[in-house]
Design a protein around this ligand. Sequence first.
Ligand code: DLL
Length: 433
Amino acid sequence: MIYNEEFETLPREALESLKLNRLKQVSERVYHTVGFYKKAFDEVGVRPEDIKSLDDLKRLPFTTKQDLRDNYPYGMFAVPMSRIVRVHASSGTTGKATVVGYTKRDIDVWAELMARCFAAAGLTSHDIIHNAYGYGLFTGGLGVHYGAEKLGASVIPISGGSTKRQIMLLQDFGPTVLCCTPSFALHLAKVGEEMGVDMRTLKLRIGIFGGEPWTDKMKAEIEKKLNLKALDIYGLSEVMGPGVAMECIEARNGMHIFEDSFIVETIDPKTGQTLSPGEKGEMVFTTLTKEAFPLIRYRTRDISQLIVEPCKCGRTSVRMSKISGRSDDMVIVRGVNVFPSQVEEVIMKVEGLEPHYQLIVERQGTLDTLEVQIEVSEKIFSDEIRKLQVMEKKLTKDIKDYLGVIAKVKLVEPNSLQRVEGKTQKVIDKRKI
Ligand code: DLL
């Protein structure tokens, strides 16, 4: 079903014209309300009135995650705090994280875009949605929640964790739809199996999974174990949250980008040059409808490619293929974004630790595991083993507190981590993603 016929099936020409009008408006607005953009536009010598065609977008400056951090927490907001009704923050980051704000209207637009996603997945008001995305600063839980209510479906706001209880509720409440990260879906399947529950006989028919990269192999496994159709949903807090793009049930081939709200570009991450549709590159988004936190050419670091061929579902928007990686080395461990630099901050506070460390991410069974290997000084390494263990335990706790992720910490000999041109490789991701 198409939720919003007016925008989702708009002929391309009309869509391009709508995008251009909205781009002009948003450029004008950010230039006059966000100090960062006034400066950034001035630096490249472009004024909002110079935007005469969609091609002129290329003349506008990029926005990066660092820009958002530099303006932490509210420096990029385009409205006064009195108009902000909600704040979210990017998962896994504390301290100078990425903080995003929403006006009442932003929340309504987001709910509508999420409702469109659910309709694209074939959901109706008769569906019961088990929402196991985390509720809180993470956009997953509340994003799905508001969209599901907007569609008129019934939501079970279970949030993350308590796997066994979730399995009980999946049996008792009879949800028809499962929303969570793909790795949690596999985890549910595994724990259910261990509990002796036949997860294939639940009423689930559709799964809406995203928030982290996943492969077609994972998709096939989830579908087999939970006996449902798995669909991909994409989004990021900075740009809105979940619901920037969604796979449709009819084609299940790429995620439709809601172009009346976002202009998408793919760029070469090294040169910043815009690529042609079909070429693989970094996804860049400009928001067209956001009031509180508009972004111009936001560099996501996510690698994908655009599909411009018309889709059989009737939507006229371009699609993006599954995310195939990231152009920086952020890793997502169980849905939490982990930056090597954050681990470094924890390490650097402890005496005797070397700034040489490595994050090793693996998938054991169905769950992601993170091991942090850190070189210690010769003196510490020659200490008795018990002392090292105490230190490892303390670091595990510090990392959990600071990053919100459980890591196994292993202190290793000086110079034992492999170096390439003098640098240790910060991330080794053994999951084949
Ligand atoms: O993960 C928003 C979201 C919640 C999307 C629930 C979908 C479902 P952040 O915590 O800001 O927001 O993390 C955003 O997660 O830049 C991607 O690297 C990754 N990501 C999100 N969806 C997908 C997906 C939410 N479908 C970061 N496939 C993004 C691959 C994804 N990676």
